[in-house]
Design a protein around this ligand. Sequence first.
Ligand code: UDP
Ligand code: UDP
Ligand code: UDP
Length: 435
Amino acid sequence: MSKANNSQRTPPHVALFPSAGMDHLTPFLRLATMLASQNCVVTLVTAQPPVSAAESTYLSSFLASHAQIKGLEFQVLPFEPTNLTTDDPFFLQFEATRRSIADDLCIPNYIVLTTSARFFSLMANRPHLTLEKYAKFSGSDKSLEIPGLAPLPLSSIPPPLFNSDHLFTTLITSNATSLSKAKGILMNTFDGFDPETIAALNNGRVISNLPPVLPVGPFETYELKQGHHLPWLDDQPAESVLYVSFGSRTTMSKDQIRELGHGVERSGCRFLWVLKAKKVDKEELEELLGVSFLERTKNKGMVVKGWVNQEAILEHPAIGGFLSHCGWNSVMEVTRQGLPILAWPQHGDQKINAEVAEKAGLGLWIRQWGWGGGGGGGVRLVRGEEIGEKVIELMGDENLRAKARKVGEEARKAGDEGGSSKKVLQGVIEMLKPI
Ligand code: UDP
Ligand code: UDP
Ligand code: UDP
């Protein structure tokens, strides 16, 4: 069949099934609109009940404004863990969902990955690594050698991954052993962002029997009717505001939150800070930051508690930099905007993501800050003075900004017609078209 005929074949019907949490739902909604705009029929399957209110709200407004995408609810079977190694509601939902799915549906199956290619390489290798024996070196400067990859500092590996019995590890191990069953692994990244790792994965150097790794990112924004709702931002000068957010799930200790407040205040920069106090949040701003902090900074900054439309904020011309935990979605969102980050990883894949982002030219990562949080477990409290200095560096260094802008240009090129990510996505759709 000729190429012309090929593209005239019926477009495929793609079912997308995001895991728990806004950090999984968001990239899937973006992918859904990207596929729909390439004429695919798209059904979005979502696990019920969702873990957070944000997920239900976003999902219903998304479906209401995208009539061409069908929603299908999937009831998760109740699951009562007997050996509880985590109380993270999102991880418990991942596990409950995994247990609810029959894996013998004969449908071509792709994995959508919501982390960096480098962290994925670690995940894919986890079943072959005896990380337990390195646990005692996790605070040292020793590295782990994984074939095909630059050495991976042990201090960048999320602590639960050293423990084979932790739910975080058992989930990763069970997913890693099923990778070869997938037809491909769609990644929210682009070839130019981390070319060595993507090439090593696709050359079989990292692990054998791996399906093709398909960089189709950064995922595009979809139009959602709600804007940023922050008129304050419209009154700020161009590129003057530091956006501060640690993602949808991260919470810091009260002490660290206060130091962070002092840091942004000392920097003298304007700021927009999205503060999360609990995994499923409750506490009040005044109680956390103090009335006088809010009073002193009211002209310079804005603290919001709760959910904001991060993409809309990052797109706003007043934003000039991002103090970020480096959740992968955030990294790709800021990449699209070509803005520099000050990376402060808190959990999971975020140190490895921070390293990738820094190497790509997106900004700074202050390794001595360690895992954030500043609460218990030997995690260090980072002082406001130090935070303030680095914020000044981030917002003031023209060289950093220029480099980040360049990365942004490459990212947008990858998604344009004829760009590397667009071509990969179109290739996948062609493969899925019924003969
Ligand atoms: N603080 C500090 N560095 C600063 C600003 C404040 O160490 O740059 C201390 C301050 O001495 C006080 C605490 O942090 O003990 C909280 O100060 P703030 O005025 O922000 O809060 P409030 O007193 O309103 O609760
Ligand atoms: N997000 C948002 N508003 C918020 C907090 C987060 O829109 O108030 C979005 C953010 O844009 C990103 C996702 O939620 O798409 C968070 O994912 P990420 O991987 O950055 O971090 P995680 O939540 O997994 O720690
Ligand atoms: N985790 C994560 N993002 C979060 C919360 C947790 O990636 O927002 C990861 C992280 O590695 C964490 C693990 O999941 O350590 C388990 O989380 P939990 O808070 O239950 O355990 P803890 O951090 O107390 O060991």
